[in-house]
Design a binder for this molecule. Structure first.
Ligand SMILES: C[S@@+](CC[C@H](N)C(=O)[O-])C[C@H]1O[C@@H](n2cnc3c(N)ncnc32)[C@H](O)[C@@H]1O
Length: 720
């Protein structure tokens, strides 16, 4: 990585800022900028068009703080002048108005005033990636900031900082806290119907947030008495807001609003409106993955509008999802085709019914089989809760997934239990949904961040149709995408795991690496296991804070004395292979081959214990693979056969041949691409020796391993 020439100055500046922060902490705020200065700063910026490029500052742990769990009614109102530096004002709230067009930097930044016309800046983190600053905080909007945090930002200036979405509530003009002096009197005069028309206009312009605001304001002015004997606009407003909710990914609210709007009357107009509401309910339930509810909604719609083509299509789509959910009936080739076209997403349901998450004896919760599984079986195929992909605007991918996971739960609180129930670094308490305060779920952003760090996976997209395109373990090239899968997040790690993961778009696939009994724990390897025990344990401890005690690790740990020698030999082998790529394989002479044989033999000696117990020898596979490639190139069949068997043994697979019947001891194997290659070398040798049955046996085994490693068979023919 290139060194930053300003690194030294930056670190001095950072230290100075920290010292200032510590010195001033608790002091009463001093006004540092006038309204005129702030107005100039905010109005001289280019108008926001699309979300700007930005680097998101992740707060350092000492800045972590909890969200406010109280409504404003239980808090004391304070003014800007009451703020103290570096202080969380617990038990208090501020009432503020945005007085200029806000902008986005590493967060949404707004100029705000209080009722005394005192001014300052408000910095809001964790807003939805795709929203523009003026959508988050429209000019003239009135907000309450609960338990405000007055903090020095990266530019060395103080500002009010909001990290938890529920700590800031944008008030509707009819809210009882909304100060009279900031009321827009034109708006307060509007009727429910005029709000509805305003909302419809916003929908036409695809301004769904604004439409939502209008429909909500309209609903606030509906007086049921005033519509005695007349058509009550409440249902119309709810139906329209349900559609706006759908566009805003607020699926829980969409289901509820659609429900409220259904009249069950029998006149034609009511039927058509109810059909619309059932459709919204269907779509929102589909998006939430509640396919049975979606099916019910579409069936109800078809009772009212039997010829609606779109509804028939949605119904068919939903039936497919239900089949996938029930039976794991996926057409992977079709799924790959879809993902290849759209890049990231597979419109598929999760199949997780052969597993359950429950407590282990000593490793928190784990994933367990609820059925007997055979080697190669699909254990589960799960849709991601959230994925994030690197792009020009956010080249580092984990931050958007973090932000959007918070937002997803805020938008559809019913999903909060799934996310917040995951491991966050402490022993589990029983999973709870986020509490709702002022109509908004209280989500602790920092907890979500920790959950994502401990439970997310990185993977590579866009290679699904290639050979081994869905294997995350072998694709080391960046950029990487990040994702979170709720059921798989319960799986504990073992370097010698019994399941292997792969990806198609945003679906994760787990296959059984060996037979797994009903009730047995399912484990996966969080990372491609490093050859040396110390390296493996370091990575696992640094990232996940545990030490692996799988059979391979405990066995290698018991031969500590040899560790140093082994490390030396593994390094020699790795250097040999790294220096001698394809060109040298093509030109390998007998001297070079002899050298490689010596390196391999030395390693075998080092790995005598592993070999005796038929355990994988992770540092030995590469050199035998190199020799396989070389002997294959030289058409030396007998040596190729010997080395291919060594590759299998390096991975913990020991084969037995009885005539042309091949059996493989799978107890301690680690399936990889190299295992498939070795089996295909052996198939080639058998073919050369005219042993057609045996060739078929080897190829059949190679196919089984390919499916485990890659998740499905796509690309096998291409590669072999
Ligand atoms: C993705 S979570 C796995 C589920 C977790 N055990 C739970 O209780 O929800 C990752 C965390 O599980 C624990 N863990 C995973 N594999 C482990 C292992 N082999 N030994 C001990 N702890 C493990 C670690 O605390 C790790 O940070």
């Amino acid at each position: 990585m290139e060194e930053d020439p300003l690194a030294y100055h930056k670190s001095v500046l950072k230290d100075e800022m920290l010292a200032r922060r510590l010195r001033q902490a608790g002091d009463l705020r001093r006004v540092s900028q006038s309204r005129k200065q702030l107005t100039k700063e905010f109005t001289n910026r280019p108008l926001p068009s699309c979300p700007e490029t930005r680097q998101i500052a992740r707060p350092v742990p000492e800045d972590f703080y909890r969200p406010c769990y109280l409504p404003p009614a239980h808090l004391k109102k304070i003014l800007l002048k009451d703020l103290k530096f570096e202080t969380h004002h617990r038990g208090s709230f501020l009432l503020l108005r945005v007085f200029c067009q806000p902008f986005r930097k590493s967060a949404v930044v707004a100029a705000i005033e209080d009722e005394t016309r005192d001014v300052d800046r408000l910095v809001v983190y964790q807003t939805r990636e795709s929203l523009r600053a003026f959508e988050v905080l429209p000019e003239s909007s009135v907000v309450t900031i609960k338990e405000p945090f007055y903090h020095m930002e990266e530019d060395g200036r103080y500002a009010l900082r909001v990290d938890h979405p529920s700590d800031m509530v944008v008030l509707d003009h009819f809210h009882k806290l909304y100060p009279e002096q900031w009321q827009n009197h034109e708006e307060t005069q509007m009727t429910a119907m005029s709000w509805k028309l305003e909302g419809d206009r916003a929908v036409m312009g695809e301004e769904y947030l604004e439409a939502h605001r209008c429909y909500t304001s309209g609903l606030a002015c509906v007086d049921p008495e005033a519509y005695e004997g007349m058509r009550n606009p409440m249902r119309d407003l709810c139906r329209s807001r349900s559609l706006a909710d759908l566009h805003l990914s607020r699926y829980d609210a969409s289901v509820l609003d659609a429900f409220k709007s259904i009249s069950n009357r029998q006149d034609d107009r009511a039927k058509s409106e109810d059909a619309e509401a059932w459709f919204c309910r269907g779509r929102a339930n589909y998006q939430l993955g509640h396919y049975a509810n979606a099916l019910h909604a579409y069936e109800r719609m078809l009772m009212l509008a039997p010829t609606d083509l779109q509804c028939h299509q949605e119904l068919d789509r939903t039936k497919k999802r239900l089949l996938e959910q029930r039976e794991g009936a996926y057409d992977f080739a079709e799924m790959i085709e879809e993902v290849t076209k759209n890049g990231y997403f597979a419109d598929r349901a999760s199949f997780i019914s052969k597993t359950e998450a429950r407590q282990t004896q000593d490793r928190g919760r784990g994933l367990f089989a609820t059925k007997d599984l055979r080697m190669g079986d699909l254990i589960l195929c799960e849709k991601a809760f959230m994925t994030a992909h690197p792009n020009d605007r956010t080249p580092r991918s984990t931050v958007p997934v973090w932000l959007d996971s918070v937002q997803k739960v805020v938008d559809s609180p019913s999903q909060s239990k799934d996310l917040l129930g995951l491991y966050a670094g402490q022993p589990h308490t029983s999973p709870i949904s986020a509490p709702i305060m002022d109509g908004v779920p209280v989500v602790d952003t920092f907890r979500v961040s920790r959950i994502l760090d401990l439970n997310g996976f990185s993977y590579t997209v866009g290679r699904e149709s290639h050979a081994y395109g869905t294997s995350a373990m072998m694709t080391r090239e960046s950029p990487k995408s990040t994702g979170l899968w709720i059921r798989v997040a319960n799986a504990n790690h073992a370097c010698l795991s019994n399941a292997v993961r792969s990806f198609v778009g945003d679906m994760i696939i787990l296959r059984a690496a060996r037979d797994i009994k009903n009730g047995e724990e399912i484990t996966i390897s969080y990372q491609k296991p490093a050859p040396l025990l110390a390296d493996r344990q370091k990575v696992l401890f640094d990232s996940w804070r545990f030490q692996c005690n799988c059979l391979l690790c405990t066995s290698e740990a018991s031969s500590v004395a040899k560790m140093h020698d082994l490390a030396e030999h593994v390094e020699t082998s790795m250097a040999f292979v790294a220096d001698r790529t394809l060109d040298t394989i093509l030109a390998a002479d007998s001297e070079l081959i002899a050298m490689a044989e010596i390196v391999a033999e030395d390693l075998e000696e080092m790995y005598a214990d592993n070999l005796m117990h038929r355990l994988p020898c992770l540092g030995m596979g590469d050199i035998w693979q190199w020799l396989c490639q070389t002997y294959c190139q030289n058409l030396n069949r007998s040596q190729l056969k010997r080395c291919a068997i060594k590759v299998l043994q390096s991975h913990g697979y020991w084969m037995t041949l009885q005539g042309s019947q091949l059996s493989i001891d799978l107890a301690h194997g680690i399936p990889t691409v190299a295992v498939v290659d070795a089996l295909m070398y052996l198939a080639g040798v058998a073919e050369g020796e005219q042993q057609i049955e045996l060739r078929r046996e080897f190829e059949a085994w190679a196919r089984r391993f390919y499916e485990i490693v890659n998740g499905n068979m796509t690309g096998f023919e291409l590669k072999y």
